[in-house]
Write a protein that binds this ligand. Structure first.
Ligand code: NAD
Ligand code: MG
Length: 392
């Protein structure tokens, strides 16, 4: 029986993780759960999964939740505030920690799980975008096991030789290129001249995946693929020149690995996050994930194209930032988070997201950072810079 902590349990990845756990009550038990502010959902999850601890970051509804938990007579202890996230991430009864908080808020708790030497199931790609080099050094130093949940990186991981899965170099094992696939999002064929009129509701309606709001907007701008490019660079220690983005609108091939002998290995499946989650939880075994088997006869066609820079400027800003280094990727992420939140709040048009990120990179993109304090300071500067440019 393995104990699991879920950081960001009330989100989309949290739902899928709990669904997989519920299918295997003999193998996994929930040790702790966290939510930002959705106290009602956290209560329902506590009553169902009976964790030892639950964290509510936003204290406003904490007295209500504590009273409800007490009324229900459960054993769950309620902790409040950000610092408690790091506490549950290092819970001694947990073998695995699902890092599924969205955005920079996930960095410190995910690092806490790494420092506690856990098997870390990494959904929170922003943590790696902000701190890749430092993060991977911490994984090695503390003997943590990092398994990718992002479907593309999980697909690459599955398509790599075992030695590379264990951290050995790609080149030495004949790997020449990582091919990162992406659907192109909801606006792949929308008239470019109408991009200024894109509404938040249109941007979050992804054609193939059901996800949280921020990552859905990132998928529409393809900043998500850019963040994944940076994520792949660090996870697999792959030079940016050896990573290629390929549009594949059907989202059936989740990514591929090219080898020196001409082989290309791909991982396929229906677009359902329970596959990479179950893979990473059970690795190196396989367990049922509740995912519909892929039916090749109803698939129709697979197609592939190159991403158009005019349609997806955020993708290319991210690739350039990756080449520029850690300071640039920290600023890219910070600026993007603020710009996406402003777009979702109706404060700026869709096209301003790329503009604001570009301006932030022009201002701070050459900064160098070498430690966590520097990364957090640059993250704050990037956010403030974009905040100052938002309309009132
Ligand atoms: P979501 O918005 O559905 O859920 C986010 C979770 O994080 C919630 O539990 C929320 O309470 C918590 N949270 C939000 N802000 C917080 C804060 N400031 N402090 C603490 N907790 C906070 O998001 P999601 O779609 O589940 O995505 C989670 C992460 O996984 C993201 O980094 C995303 O890029 C990544 N990811 C998601 C998918 C997917 O299919 N949803 C796929 C690949 C990667
Ligand atoms: Mg992905």
């Amino acid at each position: 029986m393995q104990g699991v902590v879920i950081l960001g349990a009330t989100g989309s990845i949290g739902d899928s993780t709990l669904d997989v756990i519920a299918r295997h009550p003999d193998q996994y038990r929930v040790v702790a759960l966290s939510a930002h502010s959705n106290a009602e959902k956290l209560l329902a999850l506590c009553l169902r999964f009976k964790p030892e601890q639950a964290v509510l970051v936003d204290g406003a509804k904490a007295p209500w939740l504590a009273a409800e938990l007490k009324k229900a007579g459960g054993k769950t202890e309620l902790l409040v505030g950000e610092a408690a996230l790091c506490e549950i991430a290092a819970h001694p009864d947990a073998a695995q920690v699902m890092a599924a908080i969205v955005g920079a808020a996930g960095l410190l708790p995910t690092l806490a799980a790494v420092k506690a030497g856990k098997r870390v199931l990494l959904a929170n790609k922003e943590a790696l975008v902000m701190s890749g080099e430092l993060f991977m050094a911490a994984v090695r130093e503390h003997g943590a096991e990092l398994l990718p949940i992002d479907s593309e990186h999980n697909a690459i991981f599955q398509s790599l030789p075992y030695a590379c899965q264990q951290g050995q170099g790609l080149k030495a094992h004949g790997v020449t290129q990582l091919l990162l696939t992406g659907s192109g999002g909801p606006f792949r064929s929308r008239e470019l001249a109408t991009f200024g009129a894109i509404t938040p509701a249109e941007a979050v309606a992804h054609p193939n995946w059901s996800m949280g709001q921020k990552i859905s907007v990132d998928s529409a701008t393809m900043m998500n693929k850019g963040l994944e490019f940076i994520e792949a660079r660090w996870l697999f220690d792959c030079p940016p020149a050896d990573i290629q983005v390929v549009l594949h609108p059907q989202s059936i091939i989740h990514s591929m690995v090219r080898y020196a002998d001409g082989s290309v290995l791909a991982q396929m499946g229906n677009p359902d996050m329970r596959t990479p989650i179950a893979h990473a939880m059970a690795y190196p075994e396989r367990i049922d994930a509740g995912v519909r088997p892929l039916d090749f006869f109803s698939l129709g066609q697979f197609s592939f194209e190159a991403p158009d820079p005019a349609r997806y400027p955020c993708l290319y800003l991210a690739i350039d930032a990756c080449k520029a280094g850690q300071g640039a990727t920290t600023v890219l992420n910070a600026a993007n988070e603020v710009a996406v939140a402003a777009f979702l709040a109706g404060r700026i048009p869709f096209t301003s997201i790329a503009q604001l990120v570009e301006e932030a990179l022009a201002r701070f993109g050459r900064e160098t950072v070498s430690d966590l304090a520097g990364i957090l300071a640059l993250d704050r500067q990037g956010r403030q810079f974009v905040e100052n440019r938002l309309p009132c």
